[in-house]
Design a protein around this ligand. Sequence first.
Ligand code: ATP
Ligand code: MG
Length: 615
Amino acid sequence: MNKSDMHAAPPQVIERDAGTARAAKSDGPAPAPNFLRAIISDDLRTDKYGGRVVTRFPPEPNGYLHYGHAKSIILNFGLAAENNGTCHLRYDDTNPLKEEVEFEDAIADSVRWLGYDWGGHRYHASDYYDDLYRFAEWFIGEGLAYVDSQSAEEMRATRGTLTEPGLDSPYRSRSVAENLDLFRRMRAGEFPDGAHVLRLRIDMASPNVNMRDPAIYRIRHASHHRTGSAWCIYPLYDYTHCISDALERITHSICTLEFQDHRPLYDWIIEKLAGGGMLERPLPQQYEFARLNLTYVVLSKRRLIELVDKGFVDGWDDPRMPTIVGARRRGFTPEGFRLLAERIGVSKADSWIDMSVLEECMRDDLNARAQRRIAVLDPVKLVIDNYPEGQSEDCFAPNHPHKPELGRRALPLTRALWIERDDYSESPPKGYFRLTPSAEVRLRYGYIVKCTGAVKDESGNVVEVHCTYDPDTRSGTPGADARKVKGNIHWLSAAHAVPAEVRMYDRLFSVPFPGARNPWGNRGGADEPAPARRTVVAGDEDPADDDVERNYLDDLNPESKRVVRAFVEPALAAAAREERFQFERHGYFVADLADHAPGAPVFNRSVSLKDSWAK
Ligand code: ATP
Ligand code: MG
């Protein structure tokens, strides 16, 4: 069956034009309005929080941050900054089994790289373990929590469905004294994992499944990367998150849409605690926005881990990975991400953003700031037969066409040059204005040359192109423009050019919805967000999203990385790591963060000059 036959209505994919159109509107000093900005300005106007705006970015330290997190970071830190507020970096470290210090450091680095500062407000959910425990005992004392001793399966089976209410646990009516005793013994380590959980006593018949006596503590005999073996019971996400927010006096707690159904629980917990005098009012308020979904990549941690572990990419910071560390190595810019965030905006409706929108943001930012340089990526010799052997002269190229203040640099011209192999053709297609026998082109910033033919090897490959030059046509000299030629090619002096490794990166996947056989019907493709985490009653979370119809790994783009031996202009040998350039006629490149060295240059292609994926 033809792939396109299977699709009914396409999901909303925001194409480049949409993004650009919106950007035009949002250009200028005032940020574009969105519902979160409106809420905050309302709260400031009504003085709901005494003028405070405090947001937080709450990553779980179990992996590297991806492009989706960038949206959340820019939103949370950005909203705070716009309103002279603060944004906290809070590690949500409630799962001792998966979290590591290595990830914490990488997360902090990524936030800083994106241009944000938590100003000393770096916290951990584990900072609040004592408070969380104390509050849990308070809930027990109030008759609002009980120890349930059912098995995980029993709890799952009695949880009900979207249409049927759940069933009360046989342990629901335990006395306060018994609950307190059991909970303290859970903490003391008397019971094995899974023997009991602590649940809130809310309403097993609630139409909202999250309100059906959610578990808030479970037994986990595991060492935690920060609290070591101090605890063998750990609080669950829904319980921890709202209390952490309230303790930090967060005003606007912004999260992704899948948490919408958790909001009543969020409010229930902190309202009760505030009512009991445990938390200060005004309480934080949760708001939800649509997560970033991007075509041609996957943004689920589980898949990113698989790509790294199975060696499909060269690590977390592989420039093809949609991670922040990957983006940095790719040569993407923090400003480009902020441009993306502004262009796509925030909304409450799920949508997909086409990769071309992100690429265009990077191009727009790099175009404005990157200095121009020359590189020949697929070199073939061009010999100027009437140019004296041993002679050399400097041609001058501007560092930026729109920024004369950035000056210009010398490009030595000699008799033997490197040019791009495809700038010569013996049987040119229609509209080809470059080198073909007897055609004339301008050597950019140099002379007009006339092609006289080429030398080939036994198998017919061009090894050397020949030409003659017209000494009266040097760029920038009087009368140089008298003769018009259509072609204009770049070149490097073979005697001066520096060999370089250039890694030509492209999209990681070759289809917009990796792994989705029917991307339209399959809940938006393989990267559909998993249900909000830690919604379990007990036992292990991480429900496997296994309704994907084919393996997303089959959609990896075999052309996503191509390494070429290129020549670059002499100035590039001295480039600093992470310095970004436009290689004329090719695209934007960055000196590799890890492998580039003076004398052994390595460049990564960040993005091509034009979108080669557009249909
Ligand atoms: P997990 O599978 O562990 O839940 P996660 O990608 O949701 O992974 P978190 O560490 O929980 O990672 O995310 C931290 C914050 O980033 C959360 O507030 C979350 O809502 C937000 N976030 C995660 N993915 C996206 C996305 N695609 N777009 C916008 N925000 C996101
Ligand atoms: Mg999450």
